[in-house]
Design a protein around this ligand. Structure first.
Ligand code: SF4
Length: 246
């Protein structure tokens, strides 16, 4: 590796460690490479804890997924299709025990076709890693699959039109826990008039699946210097880990 490459790696590591410190992470995960070749689905393999992901998806399940993704990519059920570069269905382990659901794609996501790839996405990735997972080991999706203009909040009719897709994803994955990132995702599951500050940190249920509301990573980005918010998010994630361990 070149000198420049090493310096970049070191800077990356420093940023990550500083972020963990701000979160209040009270342990560090030692990334270890799995022995031998393992199927992609097992990439969930939590580095910290062993939850197991069962066997890989069946052929029928795969077909169902391909059909669903095709429907999302060609959907015109609400006006948001007009402004998208591409729809962003979601990505990750289709048998994940842990699922993260955000609001809608932003500019970077719209360009790359992947969820949470901008600055907020980098933060989410660090949180996932701090929990002992890899990004590929969990499933990440949004309530809305196409970027709203200027990243505005999705309208209720857009959420309604798009909701069958997320519901089907949840049905297919059947995660043990869902983390709802921000108010739009939290409202999708819980429809509560309470604020995020009141809702976060407390499990509720959606179709029998525990849902943990927490702040959206973009809120963390907007309040970068506020360590308290980061700590609150980490407290919420610790509760998720506890539940997964039980
Ligand atoms: S946001 Fe959802 S409902 Fe609207 S066009 Fe995109 S995929 Fe279809």
């Amino acid at each position: 590796m070149s000198e420049k490459g090493r310096a970049e790696k070191l800077q990356e590591l420093k940023t990550q460690l500083e972020f963990y410190r701000d979160l209040g992470v009270d342990f560090l995960v030692s990334p270890r490479k799995p022995k031998g070749a393992r199927p992609a689905a097992e990439a969930e393999a939590p580095l910290l804890l062993s939850y197991g992901s069962g066997s890989g998806p069946s052929a029928a399940n795969q077909e169902e997924w391909e059909r669903l993704i095709r429907r999302i990519m060609t959907c015109q059920a609400c006006p948001l299709f007009k402004g998208r570069k591409q729809a962003v269905p979601g990505e990750g382990n289709r048998r994940a025990q842990l699922m993260f659901v955000g609001e809608a794609p932003g500019r970077d996501e719209d360009l790359q076709g992947k969820p949470f790839v901008g600055r907020a996405g980098q933060l989410l990735t660090r949180i996932i890693q701090a929990m002992g997972f890899s990004r590929e080991g969990v499933y990440i999706a949004n309530v809305i699959k196409c970027r709203p203009p200027e990243n505005r909040t999705p309208k209720p009719e857009e959420i309604k039109a798009c909701s069958p897709f997320l519901l089907r994803q949840i049905e297919l994955i059947h995660p043990r826990v869902i983390v709802a990132l921000g108010k739009v995702a939290t409202d999708f599951f819980l429809q509560s008039p309470k604020s995020m500050s009141d809702l976060r940190g407390h499990f509720d249920q959606f179709q029998g699946i525990p849902v943990m509301p927490t702040f959206h990573p973009s809120y963390l980005v907007r309040n970068e210097g506020n360590k308290e918010i980061k700590k609150m998010v980490w407290e919420d994630m610790k509760k998720v880990l506890e539940l997964l361990k039980s």
